[in-house]
Design a protein around this ligand. Structure first.
Ligand SMILES: NC(=O)c1ccc[n+]([C@@H]2O[C@H](COP(=O)([O-])OP(=O)(O)OC[C@H]3O[C@@H](n4cnc5c(N)ncnc54)[C@H](O)[C@@H]3O)[C@@H](O)[C@H]2O)c1
Length: 439
């Protein structure tokens, strides 16, 4: 398939961003977009807003802004809405989350107070640490999905929205594996929705509602959500682009920066110990072992696939990888992560690397959400559907087909993303061959 600029529908009209979970990440995104629109701050960390891409060869090569190269929605056209299990406006949730300063929040207060959550689809069995009070009630999952669709359609009509994207920014649900007969085909899944099957998670109900309405969907948490064959099938049927899982923001981002570098120099690794302290609501939810298991699986998968111990047994066989998260309220959203990496070099001589990352979880995640929204909207206007592997750059556990392996190396991921943008615009890929670069 060849896509040309003219084949991509232009981003006219408003883009509605639908968010299950109006917590730290989403309120930081929403307030951030409003502050950027006012000229009060810069969208640092966002590739779509600040990134450039090289186009052309040799003397004719230029670096152009990504947002000028591909037709993306304008920030002024974004309109936000969402669901939460607590009846708190985005203004109140932003204040409580304590990510942004009061000065920043007050600057956009008028807009933030207007965004109030719709009642959520929630089941305490899936997030044991939270007890929601602002929750939809219906006889079955099927009816809950219809209620989510009603919220969306009403919003679309009232705000005169042209296009929509949904991103799950709600709490991490407990660990689940795909269950044959429930999650495997669309037919079984729809039957299970109607039969109120207990293994259908709330995140799956939102994903079903969005994809069935033709709305692109992304999953910012590590739970299964849209990564089940039934919803892959639905995305195919409705021609909807989707992606996930688990924003790659802090410690895993660091891991996918460092590990490919060590491997590229054929340095060996004996162990990688990661721990961190986190005191926000996400940290509290992850204090439950069943929610943590979901996160742990997502975080652990990365190194194996980057290091390929089966191909390099002398360097990486039996390396020990451990990840822990400790809930520590005093730090709030300001996570601190420690990594100890035991590596070895020439003739097997050991060395150590220590990383101490004093990060801000939601400050790192918000621009990721913005980019995913922008690129999913682009994918939809370019008539792409199904899993968008070229967006693996943003995920800890990139969704992938059962017969494929996900790509975790950040540098391969960004090259792939940029080459996909060139492909969208009918520009040749950049392969860094001398002749291509210099002629
Ligand atoms: N911050 C990061 O860097 C980062 C990175 C990767 C993944 N994530 C994931 O993103 C998600 C959001 O993170 P956060 O820091 O904003 O957490 P948060 O706890 O501040 O926000 C989550 C919100 O979701 C709400 N919620 C829970 N279940 C819901 C449901 N079924 N429907 C609607 N709302 C629901 C909660 O009340 C809360 O307000 C978490 O799953 C987290 O694991 C965050």
């Amino acid at each position: 398939m060849t896509l040309k600029n003219t084949d991509i529908k232009s981003p006219e009209g408003k883009l509605g961003i639908l968010i299950p979970g109006l917590g730290a990440v989403s309120t930081t995104l929403i307030a951030g977009v409003m502050l950027v629109r006012k000229g009060a701050a810069l969208p640092v960390g966002s590739l779509t807003q600040m990134g450039k891409i090289r186009v052309g060869k040799g003397d004719n090569a230029t670096e152009v802004n990504i947002k000028d190269f591909v037709p993306l929605a304008d920030l002024k056209d974004l309109e936000f809405a969402g669901w939460d299990i607590f009846d708190e406006s985005v203004y109140d949730a932003a204040k409580r989350s304590q990510v942004l300063s009061n000065e920043h929040i007050e600057l956009v207060k008028d807009e933030l107070v207007k965004i109030k959550p719709w009642k959520a689809v929630f089941k305490n069995e899936f997030v044991k640490k939270l007890h929601g009070t602002w929750v939809k009630e219906a006889p079955s999952h099927w009816e809950l999905a219809q209620m989510v669709k009603d919220d969306i359609l009403k919003f679309k009509e009232e705000k005169k929205i042209a296009r929509l994207v949904m991103v799950w920014c709600a709490s991490t649900e407990i660990y689940q594996e795909m269950i044959p007969g429930v999650h495997d085909t669309l037919e079984n899944f729809e039957k299970a929705l109607k039969a109120n099957h207990p293994k259908i998670a709330p995140s799956m109900i939102y994903a079903y509602a969005a994809i069935d309405l033709g709305i692109p969907y992304a999953n910012g948490a590590p739970n299964l959500c849209n990564d089940i064959p039934a919803l892959w099938e639905l995305a195919d049927k409705r021609q909807v682009p989707m992606c996930g899982k688990d924003f790659k923001s802090g410690q895993t981002f660091m891991k996918t920066l460092l590990a490919p570098g060590l491997k590229s120099r054929m340095l060996g690794m004996k162990g990688w110990y990661s721990t961190n302290i986190l005191g926000n609501r996400d940290g509290e939810v992850l204090d439950d072992p069943e929610s943590f298991k979901t996160k742990e699986v997502s975080k652990l998968s990365v190194l194996d696939q980057i290091c390929q111990p089966e191909l390099y047994p002398d360097l990486y066989k039996d390396f020990y990888h451990k990840v822990t998260i400790n809930y520590y309220p005093p730090r709030g959203d300001n996570k601190e992560g420690w990594d100890n990496i035991d590596i070895f070099g020439w003739l097997g001589y050991p060395m150590q690397i220590k990383v101490n990352f004093l990060c801000r979880d939601s400050i790192l995640a918000a621009p990721i959400v913005l980019d995913i929204v922008m690129f999913l909207d682009l994918a939809k206007r370019a008539s792409l559907s199904g899993n968008q592997e070229w967006l693996a750059f943003y995920w800890k556990s990139p969704m992938h087909a059962p017969n494929e392996l996900p790509e975790h190396d950040l540098f391969v991921q960004v090259m792939r993303l940029k080459n996909t943008l060139r492909w969208f615009m009918d520009e040749p890929p950049v392969t860094y061959l001398g002749a291509e670069t210099y002629n």
